[in-house]
Design a protein around this ligand. Structure first.
Ligand code: ADP
Length: 494
């Protein structure tokens, strides 16, 4: 199958969250089983500076695309690279006016004012790059609102044209909370007829909505976990689009993300103080915990449960629960490490906790890839009390690293973490702590449960072994994507 995957971010060229991980790992997994896969993403020169030295070479193809964005004709130079460790071609669209900025979507906590223009340009450039590169895809797979226009352009403008004779489109929703909703006049930038600006296709409460556009026009729609695919068809989780999603019920599938085990593997991870596997995890994790406590300036105390968190510090991730129970939490014999950035209120709270309780809490505000690996390896438990969670990757990294996740049973967290109830322990299916109610006292109680079990070496190591023994690689998920691709192609051919 010839597959083009497009995303606004892809590791190692750019990343703000799980989308970038998926946009690299899925193509690699598909390519490994013999498919011809290309990735198209924007070229962000300032962001790339951060990764200099670790990046594969990026070269010019000598080709450009010229696309209309409203009244403007805009050029996008096509650069070429490759996903490390694979033969997946990556094409980066270079347009400095749109993408040579300090952030991908925001600056100083504010969305760029021209985000619709930037990604309408990008979506049109994806179509044209696919054409001029002669990629002839069977599948054009777009992700999230930034590429939501791609399925619409496939259906409305490109279907049947040379290079797109058989092309079917798939659209994946990574997070309903980000919809790319803009004022209605931005419809003019899309170049599409106003007839598509209706409540069934591109319009949402009077606005242009690019996530809805992707959902409406794609041949098949997926999201990143089975539970989330059910949740988003309800008003509680649908963020205003539950109706649009329910109307695509038969074409909507939840496929759990996998883990890129070339990057996330405690046996080979170059950032760790000591590598380990399921059999050497006790010594390995002990050494990693000491190194982590030292790095974060916490007392080196092997007997104290160390809880890690690597996250956007936002409401979605449940930091308000932590805020509410922080007093009780700090009375406990535990250590907490936080890495991330986000809402100022939560950043300030976590910095203050570290300042006031330096022997118990360490907080790093910012983005730090090696530290994120060291936390996954060195922590005993990992905290993820999300209000909603499409899939979540960190709880899966935790499982692989023998770090027991404490999560709210929602979305992908519900699909991956099995609570340490007596019954689940007896079945040897338990791998973490999981609770339903979004309440701070319930979170606190579960942290206490975890701490009690941490003291029971036998049970704790059973939880670790169950997690580390699971196959969370992309193999299974890539197979499910292939089935969805087949259905999309079949829909096209009838
Ligand atoms: P999100 O909703 O943010 O996409 P996920 O759990 O799906 O949440 O994925 C987040 C990804 O970003 C993970 O790979 C995680 O390790 C990484 N990450 C998040 N914050 C940081 C940070 N501050 N430093 C390093 N990596 C981070």
């Amino acid at each position: 199958m010839r597959i083009v995957i497009t995303s606004s971010e892809v590791v190692p060229f750019s990343k703000t969250g799980g989308l970038a991980d998926v946009a690299a790992a899925l193509p690699k997994a598909l390519s490994l089983v013999g498919h011809e896969v290309s990735v198209i993403a924007p070229y962000y020169p300032q962001i790339l500076q951060q990764y200099r030295g670790t990046l594969p070479a990026i070269e010019s193809t000598g080709l450009s695309v010229y696309v209309s964005v409203g009244p403007k004709q805009v050029e996008g130079r096509i650069l070429r690279s490759v996903l490390p460790g694979s033969n997946v071609q990556v094409y980066l669209i270079d347009q400095p006016i749109y993408f040579d900025r300090s952030g991908l979507y925001v600056e100083n906590d504010q969305d760029f004012r021209d985000n619709s223009e930037r990604f309408i340009f990008f979506s049109r450039a994806v179509m044209e790059a696919t054409r001029v590169l002669g990629l002839n895809p069977d599948i054009l797979h777009a992700n999230d609102w930034q590429t939501g226009l791609v399925p619409a352009l496939t259906q409305i403008e490109y279907r049947g044209k040379p290079g797109f004779a058989q092309t079917a489109s798939v659209f994946t929703i990574h997070n309903m909370a980000f919809q790319g909703q803009f004022w209605h006049w931005d419809m003019l930038l899309t170049g599409l007829d106003w007839k598509y600006f209706n409540w069934r296709q591109m319009e949402c409460y009077g606005h242009l909505n690019l996530l809805k556009t992707g959902i409406s026009f794609a041949d098949m729609v997926t999201t990143v976990s089975p539970s989330y695919s059910r949740e988003i068809q309800t008003p509680e989780f649908g963020c205003g689009l539950s109706g649009a999603l329910s109307s695509r019920h038969d074409d909507l599938f939840g496929i759990l993300n996998g883990v890129d085990t070339e990057i996330w593997n405690p046996a080979t991870d170059p950032t760790l103080a000591r590598n380990y596997s399921i059999t050497s995890r006790e010594e390995g994790k002990r050494a990693c915990k000491v190194a982590l406590q030292q790095r974060m300036g916490l007392p080196v105390r092997p007997e104290v449960m160390l809880i890690g968190s690597i996250s956007r510090m936002t409401h979605q991730k449940g930091f308000q629960l932590l805020e509410q129970c922080s007093g009780m939490l700090l009375d406990q014999e535990i250590q907490l490490i936080f890495l991330g950035s986000g809402e100022l209120r939560f950043e300030e709270m976590l910095k203050k906790m570290a300042h006031d309780h330096p022997t118990k809490v360490a907080t790093t505000i910012g983005y730090d890839e090696p530290l994120s690996h060291q936390i996954e390896a060195g922590a005993d438990a990992f905290l993820m009390p999300s209000e909603f969670e499409p899939c979540g990757l960190n709880q899966m990294y935790s499982l692989i690293y023998g770090t027991v996740p404490i999560v709210r049973a929602v979305g992908g967290l519900a699909d991956t973490v099995v609570d340490a109830s007596e019954e689940n322990l007896a079945h040897r299916s338990a791998n973490g702590f999981s609770f339903r109610e979004f309440r701070s006292d319930v979170l606190f109680w579960n942290i206490c449960r975890a701490r009690a079990m941490f003291a029971d070496k036998l049970k704790w190591s059973q939880l670790q072994q169950t997690g580390m023994g699971q196959d969370l690689s992309w193999k299974h998920s890539a197979n499910q994507y292939l089935q969805v691709y087949e259905r999309a192609i079949h829909k096209q051919s009838v």
